[in-house]
Write a protein that binds this ligand. Structure first.
Ligand code: GLN
Length: 268
């Protein structure tokens, strides 16, 4: 359909979105028109977009690893770069294993790893109740989605039997939050982004606690910032992991992968 205004020679919706700073204004206009049930709804969506609300929160879904995920206002929106976390995990995870995804958000990482691996005993923990409700919709019966901080909500019986832990935990240093895009800063839960002074507060807690939950030879795979990976690897090594960094420049992804020694004894 042609949306060009005969008087101005341009599409008014595209013009408004572009003026508000949307780089992909044509694509966004097409998507919003497709999603809006009527003209009033379209106007409301455009207003919210101009106010800086992430497109995904406006339409109510985000695409990640070729799947659609429900996202409600305020939740952390799955990022393209996190596909590296999924790939790194799926490459190292056997079908049928126990996998725990910490800081699971709307369940995108858990779901994509499951799709790639085929079958898993899957647990996803998340502290934001809104994200938890999205994750329950997105994962349905395919995973146990548990509300709480990191390992706290997991069944105690899982201790020592988890083959892999994945996490896209918050890792932005507090002082850098102000430099994030307004979409993230103003419309995503701060707790999903802020990783403390050097960004690694939550990584430290995860790395410290993970060995109690993993099997010997188990994996801990964490998304991190390019400049933070060296410290993550040191933390992993100090906790008994063989650690390496995986980088994908194309999607600006950085992941650290740690494998627990098969003969750790002393670390139990
Ligand atoms: N820099 C990351 C992003 O915006 C931060 C995400 C996070 O803390 N997990 O994609």
């Amino acid at each position: 359909m042609n949306h060009t205004d005969p008087n101005t020679g341009s599409d008014p919706v595209v013009d408004r979105l572009r003026a508000a700073g949307c780089v992909f204004a044509e694509d966004e206009a097409a998507l919003l028109r497709n999603e809006a049930v009527d003209a009033a709804a379209l106007q409301q969506m455009i207003e919210r977009r101009i106010a800086g609300v992430p497109l995904e929160q406006i339409v109510g879904w985000a695409e990640f690893c070729g799947q659609r995920f429900a996202v409600e206002p305020g939740v952390f929106v799955p990022r393209r770069r996190t596909e590296l976390l999924v790939r790194t995990a799926a490459d190292r995870c056997g079908s049928g294993s126990v996998l725990v995804d910490l800081c699971g958000g709307v369940g995108a990482v858990a779901s994509a790893v499951l799709t790639s691996v085929g079958s898993l005993e899957l647990y996803c923990t998340e502290i934001d109740p809104v994200a938890v409700s999205c994750a329950r919709r997105n994962l349905a019966a395919r995973a146990s989605v548990l509300h709480g901080d990191l390992f706290d909500p997991l069944p105690q019986a899982l201790r020592g039997s988890v083959a892999m832990i994945t996490a896209n935990a918050p890792y932005v240093p507090t002082g850098e939050i102000a430099f994030m895009p307004a979409e993230a800063r103003d419309h995503e839960l701060l707790a999903a982004l802020d990783g403390g002074a050097d960004g690694l507060d939550i990584h430290r807690r995860i790395i410290e606690q993970a060995p109690e939950w993993l099997t010997d030879g188990g994996w801990l795979i964490i998304e991190t910032g390019r400049g933070q990976a060296d410290i993550d690897r040191e933390l992993l090594a100090a906790a008994g992991f063989d650690a390496s960094t995986i980088i994908d420049d194309e999607i600006d992804g950085t992941v650290v992968a740690g494998q627990l020694s098969r003969h750790r004894g002393a670390h139990r």
